[in-house]
Design a protein around this ligand. Structure first.
Ligand SMILES: [Zn+2]
Length: 275
């Protein structure tokens, strides 16, 4: 009889625990995307045509684990499924440029998202531009810039950051090398730096814009070969630190924030992208 009561107590405890888990650990997809949309102000920032910022792929409506990654690649989606995340935040979403047929890797992505009930939320330029949790704002903090301001216009929005820092160029380069795995340095500006411009991602174009802002040192992500000449001709120190490596910050900051707000677990999904 005593064992029966103990078993019954344990079963009731288990049912109560499961009930409490679902009561407190699940959040509705609607609530979470509403929070993300408002926090990132996605309606206000124009983007590349068909970037489709916001919820790109819905799930059945409940969220119990958040993951974030830079790209909506097949590798990332498979990893999200493996860690049982069902809300995946990415910087580069599923839709870019021309309409593409849903076959091969694209088909595999859709199949995985549906089979594992994963919702995919993408946020491109609004997550570069955000003054607190944006890629450029976080980078400005890491690099110790002061008096920061939003500069460098893309699609009518100022998505980059500028800020002051008085530092020898060699020390600044060392700081970048300790922050990023690969740094391509094109040093044609002053030996002592006073002001820095930052635009993450594919942003070589800011080497040309820097001159008009009286900035002689820029931190960018990916750089086209043409801009080497522009850096030399405009006397700019340009540091290309990688498209991927400069865009890991915003998605993580958003993921952590949503995780805390809704009391849900969070994981960042890294890849070995060297570019
Ligand atoms: Zn990018």
């Amino acid at each position: 009889m005593e064992n029966f009561i103990q078993d019954l107590f344990e079963i009731l405890l288990c049912i109560f625990g499961t009930f409490m888990y679902y009561l407190f650990m699940n959040s509705s997809l609607f609530e979470v995307i509403q929070y993300c949309d408002e926090r990132l102000n996605i309606e206000a920032i124009a983007d590349e045509e068909r970037a489709c910022n916001g919820l790109q792929f819905q799930n059945s409506g409940e969220i119990n684990k958040i993951a974030a990654a830079v790209d909506a690649s097949l590798e990332v989606i498979e990893k999200a499924a493996a860690i049982e995340a069902n809300f995946l935040i990415v910087h580069h979403g599923l839709f870019w440029g021309a309409t593409i047929p849903i076959r091969d890797a694209v088909y595999e992505k859709y199949k995985y998202l549906i089979a594992h009930d994963i919702a995919l939320y993408s946020c491109h330029l609004p997550l570069d531009a955000h003054p607190e949790i944006g890629n450029n704002a976080i980078l400005a903090k890491i690099l110790g810039l002061t008096n920061t301001a939003q500069e460098f216009e893309f699609h009518h929005a100022k998505i980059g950051m500028t800020g002051n820092r008085s530092i020898e160029r060699s020390k600044f380069k060392s700081l970048l090398q300790s922050t990023f795995p690969h740094v391509v340095a094109m040093e044609f500006g002053p030996n002592v730096i006073d002001k820095v411009g930052i635009v993450s991602g594919s942003s070589g174009v800011i080497i040309a814009q820097a001159k008009d802002l009286a900035i002689h040192t820029v931190v960018i992500g990916e750089c086209q070969q043409y801009y080497y000449n522009v850096a030399q001709e405009n006397k700019v120190n340009a540091y290309a630190c990688g498209h991927y490596a400069t865009e890991i910050f915003g998605v993580q900051a958003l993921g952590k924030e949503v995780s805390q707000k809704f009391s849900l677990p969070f994981e960042f999904i890294a890849t070995d992208c060297p570019l």
